[in-house]
Design a protein around this ligand. Structure first.
Ligand code: HEM
Length: 437
């Protein structure tokens, strides 16, 4: 992929498209004239970092209602081991990841990341994962999906990088995968980059010493970004999405009360206690239908519930909601709303709650990868089964609803790929065996 032409693009569009391209050329274009961008440094006091790699929330900014804000830019790096796991390989991976922790503050302004391992990675070992880990191979989950074996992600590992600062993402990737790999899509000469250091920290080991970068997916989340990224299949030319909307479908979400605590999604027992599991689906969005066929009233009813629409609970993009999607009372009406002809996405999905709280922690973000409007649905949960239960509640095959057209947002999304990973606690994050000490 060649570098985008800045001509005619806003700064936001240009920067987002540079993250999508990746590599040293994109990094130097991103820095532009401004090669003294200050990104907060990390730490040598590794014990100060959380035991769970997925423990991000208390390091993130939150709004006045306590809703945590996910970073604005994301990269998913899918990796294949280029040999077998060895102790030397483990040391290399650990040293590479520590380089990033030294280089960047664990925050929105710095960089957060997780590394997870797939069922296929663990298949190479004779011993199996302990019972305390629920990590099935990915599979089709709804009658609406038409996935072949090739559509199920069986890469060995996945690194999810997230930051508000595109320069931090691009630099961290270069540090981990080196110019050869990261540059493979770019024809620009690197400038302003020094691949031996990352935010002033010397790079001694890279993930690419042990892994090959097999696939790279990117995306964005936050006010202003959907309106700045409209040049992809599935996005209407002129769509009335408010500037404040953080996602393509136009509504705020992931409120304090529609996300579980990190403790609820953390594995409690066995050698991987303190870790979690991750599900990632690659979803295509039919936004032209969403924005052109339907009125705002129908969009609110389909996304939240018919009651939300009647009582005007949501507003233009969710500004009337504070720390909750206010679904508690409408969950009970899910069946009767379905019989009445329309049911909302949040309403029926909230049927999977336990003790009043959802059981999956969502960290999904929009994308225009492959020049198609989509969403990388990333969630972490104690067991993959928690994701499956939640997805079943969302699919709602049990509901008395005649047509997919009025069944939440199902009509507007199609799943293209799925993958499951185990995110070990930090102490076992480097090429773990199924039974680490
Ligand atoms: C394009 C795809 C999707 C969009 C735009 C979307 C958007 C939303 C919105 C706006 C809400 C209500 C606000 C909130 O509380 O966050 C919501 C709730 C939720 N969604 Fe989605 N969603 C999508 C796909 C999915 C998928 C694939 C799942 C997986 C099961 C999912 C699970 C949930 C859950 C668990 C809730 C919270 C329900 C509760 O309050 O208990 N969503 N989503």
């Amino acid at each position: 992929m060649s570098l985008p032409d800045p001509e005619g693009l806003s700064r936001r569009e240009y920067v987002k498209s540079l993250v999508a391209v990746g590599g040293a050329g994109a990094l130097s274009a991103c820095l532009g004239e401004d090669d003294d961008i200050e990104i907060p440094s990390g730490t040598d006091e590794f014990d100060d970092l959380p035991a769970g790699q997925h423990e991000w929330d208390s390091f993130f900014e939150a709004d006045e209602h306590g809703n945590v804000r996910l970073p604005r830019h994301h990269v998913l790096a899918y990796l294949e081991l280029n040999g077998e796991p060895t102790d030397t390989g483990r040391e290399t991976v650990e040293s590479a990841l520590k380089t990033l922790e030294r280089a960047y503050e664990w925050s929105n302004d710095g960089l957060v990341f997780t590394i997870g391992y797939s069922p296929s990675y663990f298949d190479r070992y004779e011993e199996s994962l302990p019972e305390s880990v629920d990590l099935p191979a990915p599979t089709t989950l709804t009658p609406l999906e038409d996935l072949n074996d090739d559509d199920l992600d069986t890469y060995d590992a996945l690194v999810h990088f997230a930051s508000d600062e595109p320069v931090a993402l691009l630099e961290a990737e270069l540090a981990m995968f080196g110019e050869a790999d990261a540059l493979s899509g770019s024809d620009a000469e690197p400038q302003n980059t020094d691949s031996d250091t990352v935010n002033g920290v010397t790079v001694e080991d890279r993930l690419s010493d042990v892994f090959d970068l097999a696939d790279r997916r990117t995306g964005f989340f936050g006010a202003g970004l959907p309106t700045a990224n409209t040049d992809a299949t599935g996005i209407p030319d002129d769509y009335p999405i408010p500037e404040e909307a953080p996602m393509f479908m136009g509504f705020r979400g992931r409120f304090k009360k529609s996300q579980p605590s990190e403790e609820r999604v953390t594995i409690q027992d066995g050698p991987f206690a303190g870790g979690t599991t991750q599900h990632v689906s690659k979803i295509r969005q039919q936004l032209d239908q969403w924005w052109e066929q339907d009125s705002q009233a129908v969009r609110v009813a389909k996304m939240f519930s018919p009651t939300h629409e009647r009582e005007d609970r949501v507003g233009e993009y969710g500004e009337k909601l504070t720390d909750s999607p206010e679904v508690e009372d409408v969950v009970e009406q899910t069946e009767s709303d379905a019989s009445g002809g329309m049911v909302g996405h949040a309403q029926k999905t909230a049927r999977a709650r336990e003790d009043g709280s959802p059981i999956i922690l969502r960290r999904d973000f929009d994308t225009t990868d492959d020049d198609i409007a989509g969403l990388h649905f990333v969630s972490v949960q104690r067991e993959i089964e928690d994701f499956v239960k939640t997805r079943e509640a969302m699919t709602g095959t049990d509901l008395p609803i005649g047509s997919i057209l009025n069944n939440g947002i199902l009509q507007y999304i199609s799943v293209r790929r799925r993958g499951n990973f185990l995110i070990p606690p930090r102490e076992h994050r480097a090429l773990p065996s199924p039974r680490p000490e």
